[in-house]
Design a protein around this ligand. Structure first.
Ligand code: ATP
Length: 782
C-alpha cells in the first residue's frame, strides 16, 4: 500500500529525530571511550608505581599481593567498560544509517490508546531514558511484528501472555538516514520487501534477515524449553538463516548468563564456516564458536591415525562407481554408520565388561615391567559392578604404584650409576637442588655421599620413568586399535550381536578395515565408531561449558555422530537443521530425522518444518522440485526470473565453449557470483582446465578457506549450504547423474542458484530430469 506524501514526511521527520538522538549518544560514548582508554593507558603505565614489592616478609608479601590484585581488578573493570562501550558504539553506528525497519501500532486489551513500537537491530532509549525510540527485534513485544498482521494479536512475556489488537504494521527501508521505501503490510512480512531483498545479488558472506523474518522462521528463532529442536526444511527455506538469528536471540534473551563462546556451530566445511561467520557480528553480537566434525575427529585421532576426511570419502565413492571395490565400500559405509552397528558396539562394550579387553605391556629399556596379561587380570579382578572407565581409574592407581615399586628396584641397576656419571653439570645441579629442597642434610649424618648417590639415582630413574607415568595417566596401556580390530577378525562375535544380517560382503569389508588399521589408517566411516568405542572405554571427556550446539546440514551426520555429540556436550541443548533431499553422504541412506527424537525422547524434542523456498526464483524452484520425490510440497516464493535452461553440447570442447559463452553473458547481465558446479573434484579439475584459458575463474577445493566473488568451479559437495547468483551444472548427463543415488547430489547442486540456473550436458541428459515438465525449462540443443 503506498502512503501519502504527508505520512512519508512525518515518518522521515521521526527518522531524523531518532538519528539526532543516536548521534548524541554516539558523541557521549566516544568521549567515554576516550576517557576510559586514557585511564587504561595510565593504569598500565603506572601499574607498579604504588606497589611495593616485598616477598621476603610474609605479611608484606600478602599486602603486595593484595595491592597487585586490586590494581588488576581496576584495570580489568576499565577494559570491560571499554569493550562494552566499543561494542555499543559499533551498533549505534549501524543504527545511525538505518535506525529501524518496522513499526507496529498495538493496543493492549484494557488500554485506551495504541503503543507505537519501532523495531531495529537494538533498543534505543530517548535522552531522559523514559521512552523506547527503538525496540530490539528480539524483545518479547517485537514478536508481534513477525507473527501477526493487523487484527487480534498476542505475544508472550516472562510474566504471561499479552493480548490486544494490532492496528498497523509498517515496513521501512532506510539507508544513510533516508527512507527509501515505506509500506504497510498484511500478515506475511511484506512480499515487496522480501522481493527486494531476495532479488539482490549473492554475496561472499551470508546476510542477516531480521527485517523479513517469516512467521515459521520466528518460531525457530524463539523456540525454547526443549533439549532438541529439529528443523526440517527444503533447500533455501532459511534454515541456516533462522539458526543464526536464533543464536542472536538466545544471546539477547540470556545475556546475563550466556556468552557467545558457549555456543558451538558444526558446519559442513571450513568454507561454510567463513561464509556464515559475519552474520552475528552484523547483528551486533560476538560470533559463536564454529567447527566441523572432521576437525574434532582430527584433534582426537589425528595423532594415532592417518584419517580420511569426508570429502575424500565422497570423492572416492563418486569416482569409483564402476570399479570392483565400490559395492562393498558403500555397503561397509552404510553398515558402519547404522543404528545396528551402534547397537553392536554397545553389546560389544557390555561383553568387554566381562572379558576381551586388550592391553599393552608396559616396557622399560626393552624389558616388560607390567605385562598385558597382568594388567588384564587386574582389570577383570576389579568389582564388576563398576563401569569400564571407573575400573580404568582404579587400574591407573594400581599401575602408578606398580611403577613406583619398579622404579625403586631400578635404582640399583648398573645403568643408573652410569647415567649419574654422565649427567651434565646442569642436570646434575638441577637434580641435586631439587633433592636438597626435599631432604635437607642434617649435621649428624656421616653418609652424605651415599645419600647423595641414592638421591641422584632416584632422580635419574624418576626422570626416565616420566614418559611411563604420563602414558599410564593417559591410558596408553589400553590397546584401542586392537580392541576395534577384534570386531573385524572374529565374525562370530559380530553376528552374535547384530540384530540384522551382516552385510553380504562382510568378509571384504572386514579385511579392508583390518588392512587399514594395520597401516594406522582410518577411513571416514570407521572414525566415529572407533572414537565412540574409545571414549566408552576410557571415559568420555565431556565439554560442559558449551550450552548450545547447532548442527547444520544434519542429514549428513550418522546416528553415531549424533550420539557422540550428545554425550560430548552433556549440558547443551541442540538445534539440528537439515533436508533429507540433500543427503549427499554415502552413509546417509539410512539417516532419518524421526530416529533423532530418540536422542532426548519425544517430550524433549520439537520439530519444525519449513516448506517455502526463498533462495531461488519461482521458475527455478518449479523446476528443481520435480527432481525429488514429494517435491510438490515445496512452495516457491513469488519472485520472477528466467526459466532454467538445459543445453546439449557436442563434446567436451563444445561444452567448454558453450559454458564460457554463458558465463560471459551472465557477467554482462551483472551477475557477480557464478558457479560452475561439477560432481566431483576430479570433474572440477577437468572443467577448470577446459575453461580457464577462455575465462577468468577460480577452482575451489576442500582446502579453500573462503569465498570470493567472480566465477568459480566448485564440486557439488562443497557447494552445500551456500548460494550463487547463477549456477551452471557442468555436465548434467546420464553418465554423471544416472543413478538414483546421485539424485540428492544433483538436487543440491541445482538448488544453489538464486537467479539463474543453466544445465549443460554431453551425450545423453540425466534421467533425473525426466519427470520435469518440458514447459518449465528451455531446451537449447545446438
Ligand atoms: N526471511 C527471510 N528474509 C530474507 N531472506 C531470506 C529469508 N529466509 C531465507 N532467506 C534467504 O534465502 C536464502 C536461503 O537461506 P538459507 O541458506 O538460510 O537456507 P537453507 O534452508 O539453510 O538452505 P539450504 O538447505 O539449501 O542450504 C538466503 O539467501 C537467505 O538470506
Amino acid at each position: 500500500m503506498s502512503l501519502s506524501e504527508q505520512e512519508w514526511r512525518k515518518e522521515q521527520k521521526r527518522v531524523d529525530r531518532v538519528i539526532q538522538t543516536i548521534h548524541g549518544q554516539m558523541t557521549v560514548l566516544q568521549k567515554e571511550i576516550g576517557g576510559v582508554k586514557a585511564d587504561i593507558v595510565d593504569i598500565r603505565k603506572h601499574f607498579w608505581d604504588d606497589i611495593r614489592v616485598n616477598v621476603d616478609d610474609p605479611g608484606e608479601a600478602a599486602e603486595t599481593y593484595a595491592s597487585i590484585k586490586q590494581q588488576a581488578e581496576v584495570l580489568s573493570e576499565r577494559e570491560r567498560r571499554h569493550r562494552h562501550a566499543q561494542k555499543r558504539l559499533k551498533t549505534l553506528e549501524k543504527l545511525h544509517s538505518s535506525p529501524y525497519f518496522g513499526r507496529i501500532d498495538f493496543v493492549e486489551d484494557g488500554e485506551p490508546s495504541p503503543q507505537r513500537i519501532y523495531l531495529g537491530l537494538t533498543s534505543l532509549l530517548n535522552e531522559n531514558k523514559e521512552e523506547f525510540l527503538i525496540y530490539d527485534w528480539r524483545a518479547p513485544v517485537s514478536s508481534l511484528y513477525y507473527d501477526y498482521g493487523p487484527g487480534p494479536a498476542q505475544y508472550d512475556t516472562p510474566d504471561g501472555t499479552i493480548t490486544g489488537t494490532m492496528e498497523l504494521k509498517r515496513q521501512y527501508i532506510i539507508r544513510d538516514g533516508r527512507i527509501r521505501s515505506l509500506f504497510d503490510t498484511g500478515v506475511t512480512i511484506g512480499d515487496e520487501l522480501l522481493q527486494e531483498v531476495l532479488g539482490r545479488q549473492a554475496g561472499t558472506q551470508m546476510k542477516t534477515i531480521v527485517a523479513t523474518i517469516q512467521r515459521e522462521q520466528n518460531q525457530i528463532i524463539r523456540s525454547e524449553g526443549k533439549r532438541l529442536l529439529i528443523v526440517q526444511g527444503s533447500a533455501g527455506s532459511g534454515k541456516t538463516s533462522a539458526a543464526l538469528q536464533r543464536v542472536a536471540y538466545l544471546l539477547y534473551r540470556h545475556r546475563e548468563t550466556l556468552k557467545a563462546d558457549q555456543i558451538l556451530l558444526f558446519s559442513p566445511n571450513p568454507m561454510f564456516n567463513s561464509y556464515v561467520s559475519t552474520v552475528l557480528p552484523e547483528l551486533g553480537e560476538e560470533n559463536m564458536a564454529q567447527t566441523t566434525f572432521q576437525e574434532y575427529l582430527e584433534r582426537h585421532l589425528g595423532q594415532t591415525f592417518q584419517l580420511e576426511d569426508p570429502f575424500t570419502q565422497m570423492e572416492t565413492v563418486f569416482t569409483t562407481m564402476d570399479e570392483p571395490g565400490y559395492a562393498f565400500r558403500i555397503e561397509g559405509i552404510r553398515f558402519k554408520s547404522s543404528h545396528n552397528f551402534m547397537a553392536i558396539l554397545d553389546r560389544y562394550l557390555s561383553w568387554l565388561q566381562q572379558t576381551g579387553l586388550i592391553f599393552k605391556h608396559i616396557k622399560f629399556r626393552g624389558k616388560t615391567l607390567v605385562s598385558a596379561t597382568q594388567i588384564r587380570d587386574r582389570f577383570y579382578s576389579l568389582d564388576q559392578a563398576l563401569s569400564i572407565p571407573q575400573r580404568m581409574e582404579h587400574l591407573v592407581d594400581w599401575l602408578l604404584k606398580e611403577l613406583k615399586k619398579q622404579a625403586r628396584l631400578e635404582q640399583t641397576k648398573p645403568w643408573v650409576e652410569e647415567a649419574i656419571q654422565f649427567l651434565d653439570s646442569e642436570t646434575y645441579g638441577q637434580v641435586y637442588r631439587k633433592l636438597l629442597r626435599k631432604q635437607s642434610f642434617t649435621e649428624d649424618t656421616f653418609d652424605d655421599y651415599e645419600r647423595e648417590q641414592r638421591l641422584l639415582a632416584e632422580g635419574v630413574v624418576q626422570e626416565r620413568f616420566k614418559p611411563l607415568v604420563t602414558g599410564v595417566k593417559q591410558l596408553r596401556f589400553i590397546d584401542i586399535p586392537a580392541i576395534y580390530r577384534q570386531l573385524f577378525t572374529d565374525p562370530a562375535l559380530l553376528s552374535k550381536w547384530s540384530s540384522a544380517d551382516l552385510p553380504r560382503q562382510w568378509k571384504a569389508i572386514a579385511k579392508e578395515a583390518v588392512k587399514k588399521l594395520d597401516r594406522f589408517e582410518l577411513s571416514y566411516e570407521d572414525a566415529t565408531p572407533y572414537l565412540y568405542l574409545k571414549e566408552k572405554i576410557e571415559g568420555f571427556q565431556t565439554v560442559s561449558s558449551v550450552r548450545h550446539v547447532l548442527i547444520d546440514e544434519a542429514q549428513d551426520y550418522s546416528p553415531f555422530q549424533f550420539q557422540f555429540i550428545k554425550e560430548l556436550f552433556p549440558r547443551a541443548s541442540l538445534t539440528v537443521l537439515g533436508d533429507l533431499n540433500q543427503s549427499i553422504h554415502p552413509h546417509a541412506a539410512g539417516t532419518d530425522f524421526a530416529s533423532l527424537s530418540s536422542l532426548y525422547g519425544a517430550e524433549q524434542t520439537e520439530v519444525i518444518r519449513l516448506t517455502r523456498s526463498y533462495r531461488s526464483t519461482q521458475p527455478i524452484v518449479q523446476f528443481t522440485r520435480w527432481i525429488i520425490p514429494g517435491g510438490e510440497a515445496i512452495q516457491p516464493f513469488n519472485r520472477d526470473g528466467k526459466k532454467p535452461t538445459v543445453t546439449k553440447a557436442l563434446g567436451k570442447t563444445d561444452l567448454a565453449h558453450k559454458i564460457a559463452d554463458r558465463i560471459r553473458v551472465l557477467q554482462a547481465a551483472g551477475h557477480r557470483t557464478i558457479a560452475v558446479i561439477g560432481k566431483t573434484a576430479r570433474e572440477c579439475r577437468e572443467a577448470f582446465e577446459a575453461l580457464h584459458d577462455e575465462i577468468t575463474l577460480r577452482l575451489i577445493d576442500k582446502e579453500t578457506a573462503s569465498f570470493q566473488t567472480g566465477a568459480v568451479v566448485i564440486p557439488s559437495y562443497l557447494a552445500k549450504g551456500v548460494e550463487f547468483d547463477a549456477v551452471i551444472l557442468y555436465d548434467a548427463s546420464r553418465k554423471q547423474y544416472g543413478r538414483k543415488s546421485e539424485r540428492t547430489l544433483f538436487y543440491t547442486a541445482c538448488t544453489r542458484a538464486m537467479h539463474e540456473l543453466h544445465l549443460f550436458y554431453t551425450g545423453e541428459k540425466s534421467p533425473l530430469l525426466a519427470p520435469v515438465p518440458a514447459e518449465l525449462y528451455v531446451e537449447e540443443s545446438e
